[in-house]
Design a protein around this ligand. Structure first.
Ligand SMILES: [Zn+2]
Length: 315
């Protein structure tokens, strides 16, 4: 299996201080991949910076210039207090997007079988014109838009298993049927950002092409995987995606400080296997996974290690 691993030192320079979404997350992931002796399994790529035209596929010019200006002016935050910004945030954000677009192209054209983007800032909360929830530009939504607009894919699946609802991603695509957004997350009555109820199922021609599956706080591996098997997996198979994108957040782990699910590494391993199998059945194996959340460093790094071992496995 030719698996790409996109990572770049610029992602460490988005300096958020003591914030839970900090550079130590990526350091922990890379250290773990080294200590598990996995780096040799990947085609390691540095990615590239995105152009503003690429960001403007989905975001406003105003948001782009606000991120740039806030970075350069020494502002502490942008739009909401949880979006901490530093001098290199704009550059890191552009590089995160450029890397996922590069990875999408390489997987689309089969130079890679699949890929994982170890990028930050994360993206799935970022809206059309607003930074939100540690996110500035919506990395995965831009990858989906690129695959649709430039590469001709017609049934793109975005599956988001981060513990928080991927509100930004949903809002970009909820009126479309050619991009199916599926999110499993903690019950929004008990968890940020407070959206992602089951009744949010798309609009207009997009009705039925947004699937929100909230799960109760405290849920454990067996019950979570049962819900995946009965409520999610058949709908993914029915959609028959021609490209699989994963918003890979690992904050549903039981040790994560930001939410209240009780999952272990084994669930992320099983989900990774199921999604890889789906991609092989319907999308010629085309799968791109992009890092979102995960804030307990040991849990995060071991979940990413399990996830990547599945991606790179020949079995
Ligand atoms: Zn999250």
């Amino acid at each position: 299996m030719k698996t790409g691993l996109y990572t770049n030192p610029i992602f460490l320079e988005h300096n958020t201080g003591q914030h839970p979404e900090n550079a130590n997350r990526l350091r922990a992931i890379l250290d773990k991949l080294e200590s598990d002796k996995l780096m040799g399994k990947f085609k390691v790529e540095a990615g590239r910076t995105a152009t503003s035209a690429e960001i403007k596929m989905l975001h406003t010019e105003k948001l782009i210039s606000e991120v740039e200006t806030a970075s350069e002016s020494g502002a502490q935050t942008l739009h909401t207090r949880d979006c901490v910004i530093s001098a290199q945030t704009y550059k890191a954000s552009l590089h995160a997007v450029g890397s996922v677009l590069d990875a999408a192209l390489e997987v689309a054209e089969r130079r890679l079988d699949n890929a994982f983007c170890a990028v930050r800032p994360p993206g799935h909360h970022a809206e059309f014109d607003t930074a939100m929830g540690f996110c500035f530009f919506n990395n995965i939504a831009l990858a989906a838009e690129f695959l649709s607009r430039e590469m001709g894919f017609q049934r793109i699946l975005i599956i988001d298993f981060d513990v928080h609802h991927g509100n930004g991603t949903q809002h970009f695509f909820e009126e479309r049927s050619d991009i199916f957004f599926v999110s499993m997350h903690q019950d929004p009555r008990t968890c940020y950002p407070g959206t992602g109820f089951a009744k949010e199922n798309g609009r207009g021609v997009g009705t039925g092409y947004t699937l929100n599956v909230p799960v109760p706080p405290g849920i454990e591996d067996t019950e979570y995987l049962q819900i995946f098997s009965t409520d999610v997996k058949p709908k993914l198979e029915e959609y028959n995606p021609d490209f699989v994108l994963i918003s890979a957040g690992f904050d549903a782990h039981r040790d994560d400080p930001l939410a209240s699910l009780n999952l272990t590494e084994s669930t992320f391993k099983k989900l990774s296997f199921e999604l890889k199998h789906l991609a092989e059945q319907t999308a010629g194996g085309r799968m791109l996974s992009i890092l979102e959340g995960g804030y307990e460093l040991n849990a995060l790094s071991s979940c990413v290690s399990e996830h990547l071992q599945i991606l790179a496995s020949d079995e």
